[in-house]
Write a protein that binds this ligand. Structure first.
Ligand code: CTP
Ligand code: MG
Length: 222
């Protein structure tokens, strides 16, 4: 089977960042003089096989972000109430892609090689996610009591970009499912195999003020 060649990226940046609580949407928060969103675009623009980028931003910031991104080859869409809704808002602007990457603006330091690995693996997989081994022991807890300890060897922490054949992702997004926390989960529930490739320690998600401090320190080291 030959690999599809036209790859679009949906960059979901429409969250409010309630845990970061920076006073502006998280994707617009700056570290090292650039917004988290711009860091993502800086890297993605070096990945030649990405031929279209749709940035999904909070509806209230659509005009402001569109103006800030003018001159960069991106399309901008207004996001929804959930990440899932924001991904679907991105679909609307995608034209003719055979493969779609979905990437979190909250992961500004994912290296280009992870994008390349995901795109490479799409040659012979319908769905691909980057992941790193879990370092902590993970327990399932209910009402303050441990109910299960999954074997750590089998656990990974999943990052983005997640890559899909376009038709597979669109089909998987047909229907509301409030339990879904990432795109791969929709595809898994459709019974499709999701391939795992190596992520990167730099692919961590900025969620809290501590994460932002780590990001700032990391950039200063460079
Ligand atoms: N996201 C989105 N639209 C939403 C919610 C989330 O596009 N309605 C995006 C975020 O902008 C982020 C990614 O999904 O890039 C991962 O979400 P998360 O880290 O949870 O960001 P927020 O939802 O903004 O943060 P919080 O949950 O702390 O409010
Ligand atoms: Mg969130």
């Amino acid at each position: 089977e030959t690999g599809a060649s036209v790859t679009a990226m949906i960059l979901v940046a429409a969250g409010s960042g309630s845990r970061l609580a920076a006073g502006v949407p998280k994707a617009l928060v700056e570290v090292g003089g650039r917004s988290l969103l711009q860091h993502c675009l800086d890297t993605a623009s070096t990945v030649e096989r990405i031929t279209q980028i749709v940035v999904v931003v909070p509806a209230a910031h659509l005009r402001e972000v569109s103006a800030a991104l003018a001159g960069q080859a991106v399309d901008v869409a207004a996001g929804g109430d959930t990440r899932d809704d924001s991904v679907r808002a991105g679909f609307a602007l995608i034209t003719g892609a055979e493969q779609i990457l979905v990437h979190d603006a909250a992961r500004p330091f994912v290296p280009a090689e992870v994008f390349e690995r995901v795109i490479d693996a799409l040659t012979d997989s319908e769905a691909v996610i980057p992941a790193v081994p879990v370092v902590d022991t993970i327990k399932r807890v209910r009402d303050g009591v441990v109910i299960d300890t999954p074997v750590r060897d089998e656990l990974v922490a999943v990052q983005t970009p997640q890559g899909f054949r376009a038709a597979t992702l669109r089909a998987a997004h047909d229907g509301h499912d409030p339990q879904v926390t990432d795109d791969a989960m929709r595809v898994e529930r459709a019974g499709i195999a999701v391939r795992v490739v190596a992520g990167s320690p730099q692919g961590f998600k900025i969620t809290t003020p501590f994460d932002l401090a780590v990001a700032g320190a990391m950039l200063e080291e460079r």
